[in-house]
Write a protein that binds this ligand. Sequence first.
Ligand code: FES
Ligand code: FES
Length: 163
Amino acid sequence: MAKQNIELIVNGDRYELAVEPWRTLADVLREDLRLTGTKIGCAQGDCGACTVLMDGRSISSCLTLAVEAHQRDITTIEGLSPSPDKLHPIQEAFVQHGAVQCGYCTPGMVLAAKHLLDANPEPSEAEIRQGLSGNLCRCTGYNKIVDAIGAAAKKLSDAGKEA
Ligand code: FES
Ligand code: FES
């Protein structure tokens, strides 16, 4: 099948690519752009490991064709922090609260949390759990992840009030 030319804006960088129309965004991010922070678990929309932001909304990149992302703004875990030597506050909170074990779910969890906190800066615990309902973790039991996101919300919200 003929390749299609697409343009992706990933973490602020513009890429021109020729891709088969059946390739997923997850595959193109990992294989063509070498952004392997985006993980593939189930490859069928169940686990959330492949979560990225597209125009600020969290999506399953395993269910999104790369051609659907043409000229869309994509954020992967590699692009979340403001600089390579600094973690985003959500990532810092995951480290501080022991919310990472094997780490396979972590990029998707962090990006789902980013989407949640952008939409709802002061979520309740129930709202955090709801916001993570599309992301599975087989290691942590979720409580430390929920605690980390609550702490990140407080830190981001306090920083916003001081700014
Ligand atoms: S790899 Fe996309 S939802 Fe599981
Ligand atoms: S830390 Fe292992 S799957 Fe979540």
